[in-house]
Design a binder for this molecule. Structure first.
Ligand code: AMP
Ligand code: MN
Ligand code: MN
Ligand code: MN
Length: 287
């Protein structure tokens, strides 16, 4: 069986490792096909692709786009995208511009609750200065000794109802799916179990996403508890969506490692079915 991981981050967004190191780590973990899916930026794809090729691993160009749907943040992964497509490039540039202003507001919010210098601190932690996000604030809060770890930073700060969380309007679901499709890619809803939606809203999201041309949802992800895998596999099937698998790796020691998740439930239709990139891996695997 092929080990396929279609969701991870480099330091081009909020991961800790440079793109080439992410690819080398995936290869060392036995991954046959990897997608790098940095938040709102495709700047790491060329470097990761070169490292993947040197390691004999198939590489899928990807991205994870921040979306606001019904007032809540939803992440849409694009797979097999063309990172040079003008509509995608322009759309992502807009989102990144919004991020910098948001980070300043997050810093002001934390300052109001007595934590000074957070924006400058988080900015230092961001390798890509356009991509400063909550994870960089979390790592800075840990380094200040204000919280024990990144998880606690999100629990006490940076999440709705806590200091450091500011409302932000990302792009629309329609835009994100549209850009991905325009660039030849496949749109997948990231970690669907992580959103604060009830059954009705979840069904509305899956319907709306499919109507826009979205094709899959993540079933096996580091964000789902194993007890949830079956439920999302069933929903994918019920809504005519394919299934994806990805660890959502960010850093060694933070969450699940690349390529270390269980296989898709056998009744799922994999999103990678018939992808030409996987043929060489299949023949190598059989040989
Ligand atoms: P942003 O796009 O700046 O809002 O940051 C979102 C990122 O923060 C996600 O992609 C995760 O990497 C991270 N994140 C969100 N919630 C948590 C959490 N509860 N614990 C750890 N990391 C989180
Ligand atoms: Mn992230
Ligand atoms: Mn995400
Ligand atoms: Mn992610």
């Amino acid at each position: 069986m092929l080990n396929i991981d279609l969701h991870c981050h480099s330091n081009v967004s909020d991961g800790l490792l440079p793109p080439a190191e992410v690819a080398m780590r995936a290869a060392a973990n036995g991954v046959h096909a990897l997608a790098l899916t940095d938040h709102d930026d495709v700047g790491g794809l060329a470097e990761a692709a070169a490292a993947a090729s040197a390691a004999g691993m198939a590489f899928i160009p990807g991205v994870e786009i921040s979306v606001t749907w019904r007032g809540k943040t939803v992440h849409i992964v694009g797979l097999r995208i063309d990172p040079t497509h003008p509509a995608l490039v322009a759309g992502l540039a807009d989102i990144r511009q919004g991020r910098v202003a948001r980070a300043r507001r997050m810093g002001e919010d934390l300052a109001m609750s007595g934590i000074a210098g957070a924006y400058e601190g988080a900015y230092e932690y961001a390798a890509n200065k356009q991509m400063v996000g909550r994870t960089h604030f979390a790592r800075w809060l840990v380094a200040q000794g204000l919280v024990a770890d990144v998880r606690s930073a999100f629990r006490r700060y940076l999440t709705p109802g806590n200091p450091g969380y500011v409302e932000h309007e990302w792009t629309s679901l329609e835009n994100a799916v549209g850009w991905i499709r325009a660039s030849g890619g496949t749109a997948v809803i990231a970690h669907p179990g992580r959103y604060p939606f009830d059954h009705r809203e979840t069904h509305l999201l899956l319907d709306a996403f499919r109507a826009l041309g979205g094709e899959g949802i993540e079933v096996i992800t580091g964000s789902h508890h194993p007890s949830e895998y079956g439920k999302w596999a069933d929903l994918a099937r019920a809504f005519g969506l394919k299934a994806s698998r990805g660890a959502d790796f960010h850093a060694p020691g933070e969450g699940i490692d690349i390529g270390r998740l269980p296989a898709l439930p056998h009744w799922c239709q994999p999103v990678w079915q018939n992808w030409p990139e996987l043929e060489s891996q299949l023949s190598l695997n059989v040989a």
